[in-house]
Design a protein around this ligand. Structure first.
Ligand code: AVJ
Length: 327
């Protein structure tokens, strides 16, 4: 269809009305300049993240897999009939859990919530191979997905919400507490919550995990610049940016930044942006907060949960915590 332009109205720039365009305009003009980390995950970004999970320098995924496999029976043989995974990605974590629980598990109604349709399709295929598992996908936000899953309840019994992969690490403290409150309100007393979170470890290990020698994490970060060029009529020079990972000890977070290697003009047509970045100026693209195990327990308790079990992986320094919603 041809775009209609009324007299006196400028023709719309393709892509300019999208949420991405609006957020790029808003966040890139803040001080410090930043971009929301969720935009790292377009199709290419998601594939690069899957590659990161296989890197020897990024221990999180393997550590969590070991914990899920070792404790699958303790988790799934306690009578949950519904599992709701927020940010399920490729479905690898939940399928490892279900696979390792083996026989003796009852019927399971699985709800997958993710903003990526491609990831949901992949997760559905990974989970549908299990017997007595019904899969429902929700291509939406955590909040709406929790609500849809609550309304579409097919089996009586306790529900288990899952938030794995240290995705909690992307939230700052207020965002984290708001998220935990949201999960708690979507559950009934007695329902479960399984949370996988990465732990504080020595700085050199943290920096290697977020600035790997193969440059995959750098590509993951720089893909955001490439995505702006692809989707928002950006004219940015990929060579004009370098990947930086910083451990912010005071705030207990690893930050990813895109650092301008020289003074350069930034033009993004669909975001209506045209400004100059100084040499060394950065765009903050992600925070990954790291926790200590007791902090995980206390923040869950403050949000209306009681700790049932907490399992730690000593090699990868990762925590898997099973909590129960209290009255
Ligand atoms: C998917 C948000 C948990 O913060 O470790 C990996 C994303 N960023 N390498 C993380 C990520 C850089 C990852 N999370």
């Amino acid at each position: 269809m041809m775009a209609q332009t009324r007299p006196g109205e400028a023709p719309a720039v393709p892509g300019s009305g999208s949420r991405f365009a609006i957020d790029v305009r808003d966040f890139l003009t803040r001080q410090p300049r930043q971009l929301p980390s969720r935009y790292l995950y377009d199709e290419l970004g998601s594939a690069l993240f899957e590659a990161i999970c296989r890197l020897p320098w990024y221990p999180l995924t393997r550590a969590e897999m070991r914990l899920l496999e070792s404790h699958a029976r303790d988790i799934l043989h306690t009578g949950f009939t519904t599992a709701i995974e927020l940010g399920s990605g490729s479905g690898a974590k939940l399928s490892a859990l279900i696979g390792a629980a083996g026989a003796g598990r009852g019927r399971l109604d699985v709800h997958l919530v993710d903003v990526s349709g491609a990831a949901l399709a992949q997760a559905r295929r990974a989970l549908e191979i299990f017997e007595n598992v019904r899969v429902t996908t929700h291509e939406t936000t955590y909040e709406d997905g929790l609500e849809e899953a609550r309304l579409d309840r097919s089996l009586p019994g306790r529900r288990l919400a899952l938030f794995l992969g240290s995705n909690l690490g992307n939230f700052d403290a207020p965002g984290r507490d708001a998220f935990l409150g949201l999960v708690r309100r979507a559950l009934d007393a007695g329902d479960g919550f399984l949370l996988g979170v990465d732990l504080v470890k020595p700085e050199p290990e943290l920096l290697l995990a977020y600035d790997d020698p193969l440059g995959v994490t750098a590509a993951f970060n720089l893909n955001l610049v490439a995505r702006i060029n692809r989707e928002l009529l950006g004219r940015l020079d990929l060579d004009g940016f370098g990947h930086r990972a910083v451990w912010n000890r005071e705030l207990s977070r690893v930050e990813m930044h895109l650092r301008s290697v020289r003074e350069q003009r930034i033009v993004i047509g669909a975001a209506g942006l045209d400004f100059t970045m100084a040499e060394g100026e950065t765009i903050w693209t992600e925070s990954s907060y790291k926790y200590r195990a007791p902090e995980i327990a206390s923040m869950l308790e403050r949000s209306g949960f009681r700790i049932r079990s907490q399992w730690l992986d000593g090699v990868g320094r990762f925590a898997l915590t099973l909590a129960e919603a209290v009255e």
